[in-house]
Design a protein around this ligand. Sequence first.
Ligand code: GSH
Length: 205
Amino acid sequence: MAKLTLYHASPSRSSIARWMLEETGEPYDIHLLRLTEGDQFKPDYLAINPMGKVPALRHGDTVIAEAAAICTYLADAFPQARLNVPIDDPRRGLYLKWLFFGPSCVEPAITDRAFPRVEAPRRAMLGSGDFDTVMTALANAVTKGPYLMGEQFTAADVVIGSGLRWGMMFNLLPKRAEFVDYVGRLEQRPALQRATALDQELAAA
Ligand SMILES: N[C@@H](CCC(=O)N[C@@H](CS)C(=O)NCC(=O)O)C(=O)O
């Protein structure tokens, strides 16, 4: 079986990919980068991800960067884990929408709060629209639950759930009851608990 290697740093966005790997139940290796030492800009890593960012994942001869793409890839590569919505399932559209909503709307909403713009941007020009609309869309999506796709937990929950979890942790997203309840449900998952404990060990080392 092709080997999985996560190019990882803790704490960082690569914890999203680690949680997803834990959800698949597949064995994987960690290749640790020291971001503070600039390992991400060394030629051997830039050959893997020219952006100089973690995470990146190697699966055999395939290399994937971008946390949401890694989650999508793993869900499709290991369908037995039931973390994807298959291509011939009509629910696939909604599933993909949430996978893309993470990097396209949630992440820009969070970074806009972290680094406010000097000049107010025109809403129509921003792919993420405006902060409040993104928050309302998320709150509506997670209210019914338990997960974004209903009873089935998917890669979309790893992507959206990670954004909500980190955003609230750093007080960049409002602690709305819908978000707190949803993240509370996600935090019950053994895979997230394992990934968090392993990353805490790494961060403390
Ligand atoms: N768009 C990327 C962002 C990844 C990212 O920004 N990673 C940060 C850590 S949270 C990083 O590698 N920073 C190191 C640097 O830029 O020097 C993704 O979603 O995977």
